[in-house]
Write a protein that binds this ligand. Structure first.
Ligand SMILES: [Zn+2]
Length: 130
């Protein structure tokens, strides 16, 4: 039976997002039961975890590389070769910002880098909130 069979009913028949079983209830209800709701959310989270894992790993590695090179310094000029050797992936960033001179920095969490020249990259620590 489809929902179309009850066009005027206040509590329309729908099908569960997880098991497709028909059910009735409030208009915002999407699942036939609490266990279907929990299972659906569990599967969705698991899918997200799987799909973002690779990208997260690249981002985390980029952050570690910058942290390792910077140490306690606030900024440092680094030969591009060194970043390349350490496996830095320039296209994996968490955001962009432009300084007062209009130079574009690429954020890597609480750090950032700027492609200073063909050979050099400026890495900086960004002020962290809180
Ligand atoms: Zn269900």
């Amino acid at each position: 039976m489809s929902a179309k069979s009850y066009p005027s009913a206040k509590r329309q028949a729908r099908t569960c997002l997880l098991c497709n079983a028909p059910f009735r209830g409030r208009p915002d209800k999407k699942y036939c039961s609490a266990s279907c709701k929990n299972r659906y959310n569990h599967l969705r989270r698991r899918k997200t975890r799987t799909e973002v894992k690779r990208i997260d790993a690249f981002l985390h590695r980029n952050r570690e590389i910058i942290e390792e090179i910077l140490g306690k310094a606030r900024k440092k000029m680094v030969p591009r070769r060194r970043l390349d050797r350490m496996g830095f992936r320039y296209s994996y960033i968490t955001g962009l910002y432009f300084n007062k001179e209009g130079k574009m920095y690429r954020n890597v969490y609480n750090y950032a880098y700027m492609e200073f020249s063909d050979q050099a990259v400026l890495i900086v620590r960004r002020h962290t909130s809180a």
